[in-house]
Design a binder for this molecule. Structure first.
Ligand SMILES: N=c1c2ncn([C@@H]3O[C@H](COP(=O)(O)OP(=O)(O)OP(=O)(O)O)[C@@H](O)[C@H]3O)c2ncn1[C@@H]1O[C@H](COP(=O)(O)O)[C@@H](O)[C@H]1O
Length: 117
């Protein structure tokens, strides 16, 4: 991961959502009866990953249906559940942005060729 990654400021929506997700962890006192995220953590990693898989499938269906509003809605669901999966592993969205930043300007074909050498 690159050190020159874009930093998220406190107003960034991903950082704010990640903060809320972290606050819903059992270790932070998250209450599964009052919070959807706390409920996900309570059900465990396999359930969180199942949700990620379901949301990914819903993204595919929305894209195939050609409905732009539905596609945006489903991608938001996928990003959100992916953030919960990251949080379950002690990771933050900044790590993903850092990885995207590292790849910026590096052709996917070039990167594939490097991996294949
Ligand atoms: N961004 C989201 C978000 N996106 C989607 N969802 C929920 O994800 C669920 C996905 O819907 P599905 O139909 O796939 O699942 P479901 O049938 O409701 O539930 P399952 O039993 O299948 O898991 C819905 O209940 C949505 O409300 C979200 N829930 C929470 N957030 C964010 O997380 C914050 C904390 O939420 P709470 O922990 O609930 O306070 C919120 O303020 C939001 O910022």
């Amino acid at each position: 991961m690159s050190d020159a990654a874009p930093a998220l400021n406190g107003n960034d929506i991903l950082a704010r959502i990640a903060d809320v997700i972290d606050s819903r962890k059992p270790s932070a006192g998250g209450d599964p009866s009052a919070s959807y995220v706390a409920k996900l953590f309570d059900k465990g990693l396999d359930h969180i990953l199942k949700k990620v898989g379901e949301e990914a499938t819903e993204v595919v269906i929305a894209a195939k249906d050609g409905d732009p509003d539905k596609l945006v809605y489903e991608v938001a669901d996928l990003w959100f559940h992916s953030m919960v999966a990251l949080a379950a592993q002690g990771l933050r969205p900044e790590a993903v942005l850092a990885e995207l930043g590292r790849r910026e300007g590096l052709s996917g074909l070039e990167e594939f060729a490097r991996r294949s050498r």
